[in-house]
Ligand binder design. Structure first.
Ligand code: PLP
Length: 391
């Protein structure tokens, strides 16, 4: 694939910082280089010496004095090498991406650690969108995505969906405005990408079926758009085998996938990871280089050490426990909805995630009902006023 047709002039103009490249060389083990150029502070002057973090199974994650020096220091933008390796192995065993062994320019699978998946998403949008570009969105969608997309001035087309996610027929109808054979140059404003939350979508709780994903991927090939697979609820699927992902079908190298540890390890540690074709992931890395530089080294080391102690099996055992917790929560919520809202509202039992989308019969917009009537009844008038002012 020729990726240059997707990226903005700003993204194309980004160049690697020589100082950051030196930081990457310095983190090789054993260290072969000490750079005097980068403003790296001497970690012996830092007040933190060691850390011991107790894990729920009674084991500990130990960050001894030598590791602590590294944990408190700058590190490479893509992520610390050992965590990257662990994540690459995880992606290979979960998704077996067809692009794994390609040459870099052919869209070889690449990974970078992000400060939560939100950072990956935001940087991906900024890499791809020029004002006036068209993008396709699985609607209604996650407010964090809308807030990142809207200021970029793109033309957002909502794709119809039901409890099984995007309806391919609806997507096909939207795309019929363009010619499937035309190149991007001949087809003015051909959508650049489709954004979707394929499992336990925020806020609708829907999950895309494997058959629909296959149809959608074929449409992406026909109309030459990228797919942004934002999947923080992937690990919270209630039944096995887990659904095949767009990444697992990606023979062309047109899928950018954002994963998150927020829902299973911690949301406050802010660790996510972006997987996709190397030419695009490299552009995102260049953007992170000049913004946050890298995700916290301490956090990455702490997470890596836990994952390494657990191994993939221990990680999946933990995921199973988290899934059981949310399955119980879902069932309690469904029982309550059944008890209080039967006949008044419609909903579907979610196959993954944390969201139950309730549609009240006969009310198309529940804003007034929730923000005014419900909050006032609870004596939250002041709060209701503040919320009204804010929106
Ligand atoms: N994408 C979706 C669909 C989400 O629901 C969230 C958070 O709730 C995010 C991305 C951001 O997650 P993270 O904590 O990994 O930045």
């Amino acid at each position: 694939m020729n990726y240059s047709r997707f990226i903005t002039a700003v993204s194309a103009a980004r160049k690697a910082s020589p100082i950051r490249l030196l930081t990457e060389l310095m983190q090789r083990s054993p260290p072969s280089l000490i750079s005097l150029a980068g403003g790296a502070p001497n970690p012996n002057t830092f007040p933190f010496k060691a850390a011991s973090i107790i894990v729920e199974d009674g084991t500990t994650v130990e960050i001894g004095e030598e590791s602590m020096k590294r944990a408190l220091q700058y590190s490479g933008t893509a992520g610390i090498p050992e965590l990257l390796l662990w994540l690459k192995d995880l992606q290979k065993s979960l998704h077996n991406p067809p692009t794994t062994d390609r040459r870099p320019e052919e869209g070889q699978m690449e990974i970078c650690v992000t400060t939560g998946s939100q950072q990956g998403l935001c940087k991906v949008f900024e890499m791809l969108i020029n004002p006036g570009d068209t993008v396709l969105l699985d609607a209604p969608s996650y407010p964090g995505t809308l807030a990142a997309l809207r200021p970029l001035g793109c033309n957002i087309i909502s794709v119809p969906s039901d409890q099984h996610g995007i309806i391919p027929k609806g997507l096909k109808e939207i795309l019929s405005r363009w010619s499937p054979e035309g190149t991007r140059k001949l087809n003015s404003n051909l959508p650049k990408f489709l954004y979707t939350i394929p499992n336990g979508s925020n806020p609708t709780g829907t999950s895309l079926t494997a058959d629909r994903k296959k149809e959608i991927y074929q449409l992406a090939r026909q109309y030459d758009f990228l797919i942004i697979e934002d999947d923080p609820y992937y690990f919270l699927q209630f039944s096995k085998p887990w659904a095949p992902t767009f990444l697992s079908m990606d023979v062309d190298g047109r899928v950018l996938r954002t994963d998150s540890f927020s829902k299973i390890l911690s949301s406050g540690l802010r660790i996510g990871f972006l997987t996709g074709p190397k030419p695009l992931v490299d552009r995102v890395i260049l953007h992170i280089q000049v913004s946050t530089m890298h995700a916290s080294t301490f956090t990455q080391l702490m997470i890596y050490q836990l994952l390494q102690q657990w191994g993939q099996k221990g990680f999946f055992d933990h995921v199973d426990r988290v899934v059981e917790f949310y399955r119980t929560q879902r069932d309690v919520m469904l029982t309550a909805a059944d008890k209080w809202l039967k006949g008044l509202a419609n909903w579907h039992s979610p196959a993954a995630g944390m969201f139950l989308w309730i549609k009240i019969k006969g009310i198309s917009d529940t804003q007034h009902l929730i923000m005014e009537k419900a909050l006032e009844k609870e004596g939250f008038q002041r709060l209701a006023e503040l919320i009204k002012e804010a929106i």
